[in-house]
Design a protein around this ligand. Structure first.
Ligand SMILES: [Zn+2]
Length: 237
């Protein structure tokens, strides 16, 4: 597979430059993680990543958390500056969240299993219940992932997600005979909106990873697909 790679591989979220000190980005396929992080000027921030297992566990990271330890989980939350949270994906949805007034950051991995379990919504619940964040203060960006144009799944997956999350939009789940087309990002938008995050603060960033070959796609390339990295953190004051 051709390794198409631009020197500045990071996609960013419209409007998030308004949060001084916030650093974030969604990469394209990464041949070299360190080199890419250097272009984002975050080498001074310790990067915390996970051994992602398609569950709904979300762990809290502090400056004292061992790094790199890569615990088994699919989400990271931090209330501290000076740490960088990272999620690796190749078709699944990387979800980044920020609650600027409290310097809270979240990075979540939501494939179909995580989406069915509602991991993005669970992150919002944690912010609300543990840190007393108002849902109206949460901003979310859903990064590049396989789209409803390309993500064919069986009805046991699509129907389960549609029923669990009351999805009625045909662009989110569209049965096509024996299978159907699922838009994971649209389902996650519905979960987040239901949790009270204003729709205007939920952004979709980047294209379908199956359509655009500058992104790694497990569906298109199989086990050797490589990964995108999505990161978020606050620089220290
Ligand atoms: Zn597509």
């Amino acid at each position: 597979m051709t390794q198409l790679f631009s020197p500045t591989p990071w996609l960013q979220t419209d409007g998030w430059a308004a949060f001084p000190g916030l650093v974030h980005g969604f990469s394209r396929r990464l041949p070299d993680r360190e080199e890419a992080l250097a272009t984002l000027a975050v080498r001074d921030l310790p990067l915390h990543t996970l051994k992602q297992v398609h569950g709904d566990d979300i762990i809290t990271v502090t400056q004292r958390s061992p790094q790199p330890e890569r615990p088994e989980a699919d989400g990271l939350i931090s209330e501290q500056t000076g740490v960088l949270l990272g999620i690796a994906t190749a078709d699944c949805v990387p979800v980044l969240m920020v609650a600027p007034s409290q310097h809270l950051t979240v990075a979540v991995h939501a494939g179909w299993r995580g989406t069915l379990q509602g991991i993005a919504r669970r992150a919002v619940t944690m912010l609300v219940e543990t840190w007393s964040v108002a849902p109206a203060d949460i901003h979310v960006a859903l990064g590049p992932s396989i789209g409803g144009c390309c993500y064919e799944v069986g009805p046991e997956v699509g129907e389960a997600i549609a029923q669990r999350w009351q999805i009625r939009s045909p662009s989110a789940w569209r049965p096509t005979g024996t299978k159907g087309l699922l838009d994971l990002r649209e389902v996650n938008v519905a979960q987040l909106a239901e949790a009270g995050v204003p729709l205007a603060q939920i952004r979709t960033v980047g294209p379908c990873t199956f359509c655009d070959t500058t992104f790694a796609s497990y569906r298109r390339e199989g086990a050797g697909a490589g990964r995108q990295l999505s990161v978020i953190g606050w620089r220290e004051h």
